[in-house]
Design a protein around this ligand. Sequence first.
Ligand code: AMP
Ligand code: MG
Length: 515
Amino acid sequence: MTIAPLDVPVHPPHDLSVLNWTHRLSHLGPDFFTPLQPTPLAAPTWAARNEALRTELGWPAALFDETHLQALGGNALMAGSMPLATVYSGHQFGQWAGQLGDGRAIWLGEAQSDHGPQEIQLKGAGRTPYSRGGDGRAVLRSSIREYLCSEAMHGLGIPTTRALSLVASPEPVRRETLETAAVVARVAPSFLRFGHFEHFSAQGDTNKLRTLADHVIAHHLPECRERAAQWQGNVYAALLDEVQERTAKLLAQWQAVGFCHGVMNTDNMSVLGLTIDYGPFQFMDGFDPAHICNHSDYQGRYAYGRQPNVAYWNLYCLAQALAPLIDDHDMTLQVLEVYKTLFPRCLGDAMRAKLGLVGDLAPESEREADWTLVEDVMQHMAAEKVDFTVFWRQLSQAVSLQSKNATLTDAGWRSVTDLVLDRPRLQAWLARYGERAGQGSFAAMGQQMLRTNPKFVLRNHLAEIAIRQAQLGDFSEIEVLHNLLKSPFDEHTGFEAYADLPPDWAGQLEISCSS
Ligand code: AMP
Ligand code: MG
């Protein structure tokens, strides 16, 4: 028996757990969190269990048995876990929001895994001292979206928090309508956010700020020590640099798959450069740089095309928070400057890869010419709102089908030109692209493109179908989608409908912050 009932002390004996726990975060001390227990959840049932992740982490099958259903739903404590909620602050929609914190995510501890210690959080596990007016719960609808999108991002090779399990309950939760509760067990090496640093900086508490920074460097980003050599030995400048680099790379990956996060507040920005806090996110259907996926974002602050600049703005907030540690104004600004060249370079590389034009050592002139090629086709896509995912996949398919040692032909491009109204414009672009691609190696190039441009992304309407079925008690569609999305570059014969253009009703879906 590895589970203790909730009324046991918060520190049950370690040797009874199927997971081996460490508690490095709790060593930070009580100013960083509040110990507390999850609120019991009525009549929990498994809605999804991520066997792939469990196996990847080397965690035992018992983690998904009926006893652990109680633990991962918040009704019992796994022996050795030490539940707590952390405090952070942050900027929301461009304004300082003051103290926030884990309002409904309860941290169980760090469990050893085959990929190093992993923090486990139960999202939706009840009120905490940081819940403000909230009920501490998450609804099934948003929990399904988080579960599936975490795994979809991982399948795409994009850094993200992961989802281990989804536990559903008939417990009512009031949002715009009455919905039901669910708990996602999510996993990451660390859930620390920019907002954790902002919190202690805003309090003027440089000692705690340093404790937090030293914790991150020691346990999560030890490479900062080496990187400090680039910054006159200043390890905190190196920390900012490491975070800006990870953020630049992450944003390039988001943009390259048409992912909109929806709520890029500084409390939703991971210090490890992970995609975190899945709310009103969307994979774009028709390409539109001004696309706003969050119906609560009236100004379009977090529109798709603005995400890279918002990330920079958020890094600026992080830099201000770290300023007392870096203690060198000019150096802090210099670190931030790096983003301005690094992000475009990462995006350029990501978009060149989508075109099958790889090679990190490409000369600058070639990169510039390739970027013009990218911009020109994106302008055309935007003008006609061409479906982002379908376009790149069709292009990859068309390239891969060109016969060896042949030049690309108009007939071979038919499936791509069929996607637009202004065919001569796209044909002219394809001719330029064909010329740039050269001759002879299209099959290999196409294969590489098919590993870069996914066939399957979690479109809103696909998530919505799984949600509607789950709300009626049938969780099978979650499993179907998870299977497709964990290998989104594979063909998955028989599941073509999941790669189709969205149905008309998808345009009416309104996804807000409500979760
Ligand atoms: P979000 O915009 O989802 O990142 O949430 C912003 C803040 O509100 C975070 O501190 C969350 O923990 C908190 N929060 C969101 N929803 C709830 C809820 N239902 N109950 C308690 N706190 C919540
Ligand atoms: Mg959040």
